[in-house]
Write a protein that binds this ligand. Structure first.
Ligand SMILES: [Zn+2]
Length: 259
């Protein structure tokens, strides 16, 4: 997408621009301007647009981007269409509409969705001593803290469970009660789990809400150690995987391997 100029931005579902105070700003600030750089912080895609505009996009629970030629048939739930100067359309398809597209000025950025994000879990993961200090005294389940994007940006429900399984720590333990070695184990599990997720194209669940841009299902699903495997044998010890709800999220773990 880098280097492309936005020729037209078509917002089909106004809800997708809810993060801008004036939704029409999204169109006004992008059309006619070029995307100079596109990066990522945590789960947010962050674009630098001409004129000091920051484009922020999030796929929510079910969003996906497609790059299509003008005139290609449209999928259902095509909610935002960016037409570029390369005679193509970048389409955001999002059935559940938890995703969004925002365009912010420098003034707005501090108060935006990315204003209070913690360090990126993949690219800027702090060392174990820093994480240990930041967990000290926290009376919150460690999994809930891992999901808090202000603590670390980038871990979602599936990958938090997988990180904790690899680290052999139960997600319902209080963050402030973990030993340094446990924090170290969690810290050193984050990179391998996220990198494996990327390598295998992410995790497509039964609903196939998440797919790769070319329509393939993510293949990390078959490699999950605990997530979504309630009652199935732990791949390490054979004990049935347990499920509980933590902070409102389905959580899976091995009652023997994780302590
Ligand atoms: Zn086990």
């Amino acid at each position: 997408m880098e280097g492309r100029q936005f020729v037209k931005v078509d917002i089909r579902r106004p809800r997708m621009t809810r993060r801008n105070e004036r939704p029409e700003d999204v169109v006004d600030r992008l059309v006619g301007r070029r995307l100079n750089h596109l990066g990522r912080i945590g789960k947010f895609m962050v674009g630098e647009v001409e004129g000091d505009i920051t484009l922020i996009m999030h796929l929510g629970m079910s969003g996906k981007f497609q790059i299509k030629a003008v005139g290609d048939p449209e999928d259902k739930h095509t909610n935002v269409v960016f037409s570029t100067d390369r005679n193509e359309e970048i389409r955001l398809v999002d059935p559940r509409t938890f995703g969004f597209v925002a365009a912010h000025t420098p003034d707005e950025l501090d108060h935006s969705s990315i204003g209070d994000l913690g360090p990126d879990a993949l690219d800027a993961l702090p060392g174990a001593p820093v994480l240990f200090d930041r967990m000290a005294g926290r009376k919150v389940a460690v999994k809930t803290l891992l999901l808090d994007q202000r603590f670390l940006a980038g871990l979602g429900n599936i990958y938090a469970d997988e990180v904790l399984a690899r680290a052999k720590v139960r997600g319902d333990r209080l963050a402030g009660g973990l030993t340094f070695d446990e924090v170290k184990a969690i810290r050193s599990s984050i990179g391998p789990v996220l990198k494996a997720g990327l390598k295998y194209g992410g995790t497509s669940l039964d609903d196939l809400a998440y797919l790769l841009p070319d329509g393939r299902a993510g293949d990390y699903t078959r490699r999950l150690q605990v997530y979504g495997r309630e009652g199935d044998d732990c791949r390490t010890c054979g004990t049935p995987i347990s499920r509980t709800v933590l902070g409102g999220r389905s959580s899976f773990w091995c009652p023997v391997c994780q302590t």
